[in-house]
Design a protein around this ligand. Structure first.
Ligand code: KIV
Length: 282
C-alpha cells in the first residue's frame, strides 16, 4: 500500500513518463473506499453515473444536484486518490461564469478537480475555471454527452483528417491549461502521437496502451452494468452473476425459513423474560 497522503495535480503531472496513472470511476462511499485502499490514483466521479447508477439511456439528463450527491459520497470514502468531478451536460456550455459557479459547487462537494468535454469551443471556460484556482481535466475523442446527437459511439481518429484534428484539439487543451486529458475511443496510433507530443498526461479509455494512464467505468470492469459491453473493457469480475446468486439464496432462505439463524437473532435478558412470562402468562 502506498502513502496515504492525498495526491495533488503535481503528483499526477510528475508520473508522466515514469509511472502509469490508474483511474476508475466512482459514485458512492463504499466502493470509493475500496478503490482508494487499492491505491487507484484518480477517482473520476463520471457522469456515466447517469447510466450505470441512475438508469438513464445516456449521460445527457444528469444534473448538477445528482453529481453533487455522488461527489460528496466519493469524497467521504477517499483519503489518497485525487477526485475529479465530471461537469454534466448543461453545467458549462452556457458560458464561463455559470461554469465557474458549477465547478465551485463540485469542489465544495469534495472534488479536487473537474472534467469537461470539448476543445476550442470551451477554451474561455477552461481559462475561467482555472483562474478560479480549480484544476481542469480535458476530454476529447468520443464525447458521450454530445456524440449521441451527431454520430453515435464511434472510434475517433480513424482517418488522416480525424487524426490531425484530434492532435490539434489536444494541443489547444494543453495551451488552455488543463492538467491532463481523457482520450476516449481514439485510434491507438493517434493516442500514441498525442501522448508523445504533450507534456501533460493522457488518460485513455479504449485508446490503446500508450496513454500515460487508463480509466474504466467501475460497473463495466466489475461486470455489474449489463446494458452495453464495449470491446475495450476488460472484465475483472462478473459481479452481476455473484450478486444474482447471493440475492437468490437470500430469497430462498427467507421462503424456506432458514434465515435468520440463531447467530443472527437477539434475545431478552433471561431474568426479565421469566418475569415477563410469569406476570403476563405468555
Ligand atoms: O463519465 C465517465 O465515466 C467518463 C469516463 C468514461 C472517462 O467520462
Amino acid at each position: 500500500m502506498q502513502s496515504r497522503t492525498k495526491l495533488n495535480v503535481n503528483d499526477i503531472l510528475s508520473k508522466k513518463g515514469k509511472e502509469k496513472i490508474s483511474v476508475l470511476t466512482a459514485y458512492e462511499y463504499s466502493t470509493a473506499r475500496i478503490c482508494d485502499k487499492a491505491d487507484i490514483d484518480i477517482l473520476l466521479v463520471g457522469d456515466s453515473a447517469g447510466m450505470v447508477v441512475l438508469g438513464y439511456a445516456s449521460t445527457m439528463p444528469v444534473s448538477m444536484q445528482e453529481m453533487m450527491i455522488f461527489c460528496g459520497a466519493v469524497a467521504r470514502g477517499t483519503k489518497r486518490a485525487m477526485i475529479v468531478g465530471d461537469m454534466p451536460f448543461g453545467s458549462y456550455q452556457v458560458g464561463p461564469s455559470v461554469a465557474v459557479e458549477n465547478a465551485v459547487q463540485l469542489i465544495k462537494a469534495g472534488c479536487d478537480a473537474v472534467k469537461l468535454e470539448g476543445s476550442s469551443e470551451i477554451v474561455d471556460t477552461i481559462d475561467a475555471i482555472a483562474n478560479a484556482g480549480i484544476p481542469v481535466m480535458g476530454h476529447i475523442g468520443l464525447r458521450p454527452q454530445t456524440s449521441s446527437l451527431w454520430e453515435g459511439y464511434k472510434l475517433q481518429g480513424r482517418t488522416k483528417e480525424g487524426a490531425i484534428k484530434l492532435i490539434e484539439d489536444a494541443n489547444v487543451l494543453e495551451k488552455a491549461g488543463v492538467f491532463s486529458i481523457v482520450l476516449e475511443m481514439v485510434a491507438s496510433e493517434v493516442a500514441d502521437a498525442i501522448t508523445k507530443r504533450l507534456s501533460i498526461p493522457t488518460i485513455g479509455i479504449g485508446s490503446g496502451s500508450s496513454c500515460d494512464g487508463q480509466v474504466l467505468v467501475l460497473h463495466d470492469m466489475l461486470g455489474i452494468y449489463e446494458d452495453i459491453r464495449p470491446r475495450f473493457v476488460k472484465r475483472y469480475a462478473e459481479l452481476s452473476k455473484e450478486i444474482f446468486d447471493a440475492v437468490s439464496s437470500y430469497n430462498h432462505d427467507i421462503k424456506a425459513g432458514t434465515f435468520p439463524e440463531e447467530s443472527n437473532t437477539f434475545h431478552m435478558d433471561t431474568k426479565e423474560l421469566n418475569k415477563w412470562k410469569n406476570e403476563s402468562r405468555i
